[in-house]
Design a protein around this ligand. Structure first.
Ligand code: PGU
Length: 406
């Protein structure tokens, strides 16, 4: 047999800019190493967390012998879909009451975005999607792979470390009418900068006046403010005006179900008739991709969302995670102030959600990794959820050294 592979000329692909940080971290044998790359919650002890309410739901599922492992329908678990739409749109949403929402269970946030993008490519008359600059690194790839053409709109102003609201409005005003616009529902990744409610209202009016189609990415509901309702306000504003939109939800962060790959895509439409047809077409998108979604994560989420007491307990655990992140921001900010590190570090406490967009450049990040074993994405983003009180001094030492020496 010939020993030359038919793939001999294949090139080595680079590691993923976010998930590759964990690969590098795992290879580091230093006891001081700190992984602030991936947006995954860690406890004060630096350990991954399975929520107590998730453990309880799983125990119920395991002991219920009436449950089977049959295939789910193409659209997923019906109870899960219904509760997911309620969670993002609000339980009293007229769109839900009027059956104007098509919801399908998908493979976490990424899968929901991809299914939505494939659907738009097939059935929407505009194939350009505007994404914020910067945004989560996987966004452009997801939309390009689905065949959409990706453009950016200004979002973040490095000078103020805040929202470039002028630039955003100019770019959306100049967009071809009907274009799709990706919006982070809350806790913008990587900047931690969200529009105020007043600014959202301006964005909504501008987008509706131009017929731009909103596609919300909701990966952090509950993580920005600690309140599920407050973090869904942007989406609900757009639904309240009776117009259409898409929303991709992930339960990776807010229920800690990362590896269960559980999420949902909801498309809000103007009539029940269109919603039914859209759902029938979503099935045609899903069936050749992965046939039907997995059952376990959906069962956990549905169990929690449909039980009053468990739902309440979830909100308490979620708030505790959000509060720990907020406390980490305060501790890091205080440490930077105490050191007198040059620069204004108030953005650490002003930004919200899982990440702080530090403003550190790629050279400074590389220095922190090589000298201090602090791992983070090269754009200077740190996952506050990966920090704990005992590591604050180490991180602020590293940041101080990077700022003053690189
Ligand atoms: N949308 C945004 C804005 C995200 O930040 C993430 C995850 C997702 C969608 C997708 O999450 P699912 O796990 O598919 O539900 N971003 C994290 C996790 C690591 C990654 O890149 O997937 C991050 O660290 O940016």
């Amino acid at each position: 047999m010939a020993s030359v592979s038919v793939f001999a000329n294949i090139s080595q692909a680079p590691e993923d800019p976010i998930l590759g940080v964990t690969v590098a971290y795992n290879k580091d044998s230093s006891p001081h190493k700190l992984n602030l790359g991936v947006g995954a919650y860690r406890t004060e002890e630096g350990k991954p967390l399975v929520l107590d309410v998730v453990r309880r739901a799983e125990k119920l599922l395991v002991s219920d012998i009436s449950l089977k492992k049959e295939y789910l329908p193409i659209t997923g678990l019906a109870d899960f879909n219904k509760s997911s739409a309620k969670l993002i749109l609000g339980s009293d949403s007229p769109a839900i009451q009027e059956n104007r929402v098509a919801t399908v269970q998908c493979l976490s946030g990424t899968g929901s975005l991809r299914v939505g993008a494939e659907f738009l490519k097939k059935h929407y008359n505009q194939h350009t999607i505007y994404i914020p600059s910067p945004t989560w690194g996987n966004h452009p790839k997801i939309f390009m792979m689905a065949g959409l053409s990706v453009k950016t709109y200004r979002y973040y102003d490095p000078a103020t470390r805040g929202l470039d609201f002028e630039g955003l409005q100019q770019d959306l005003s100049a967009a071809t009418s009907g274009s799709i616009v990706l919006l982070h529902a809350c806790a913008h990744n990587p900047t931690g900068v969200d529009p105020t409610l007043d600014q959202w209202e301006h964005i909504r009016k501008l987008m509706r006046s131009k017929g731009l189609l909103p596609f919300f990415d909701s990966a952090y509901q509950g993580f920005a403010s600690g309140s599920l309702d407050a973090d869904a306000q942007s989406v609900r504003m757009f639904v309240a005006d009776g117009g259409e939109c898409l929303a991709a939800q992930s339960y990776a962060k807010n229920m800690g179900l990362y590896g269960e790959r559980i999420g949902a895509l909801s498309i809000v439409l103007t009539s029940a008739d269109v919603a039914r047809k859209v759902e029938s077409q979503l099935k045609l998108v899903i069936r050749p991709m992965y046939s039907s979604p997995p059952i376990h994560g959906a069962s956990i989420v549905a169990t929690i969302l449909n039980d009053r007491e468990m739902y309440h307990d979830w909100t308490v655990e979620l708030k505790a995670m959000a509060d720990r992140i907020i406390s980490m921001r305060k501790q890091l900010y205080d440490a930077m102030c105490a050191k007198g590190t040059p620069g204004d570090w108030s953005h650490i406490i002003k930004q919200i959600g899982m990440f702080t967009f530090t403003g550190l450049n790629p050279e400074q990040v590389a220095f922190m990794t090589s000298e201090y074993h602090v791992y983070m994405t090269s754009d200077g983003r740190i996952s506050m959820a990966g920090l704990s009180s005992s590591k604050v001094t180490h991180l602020s030492d590293a940041m101080h050294a990077a700022v003053t020496r690189v």
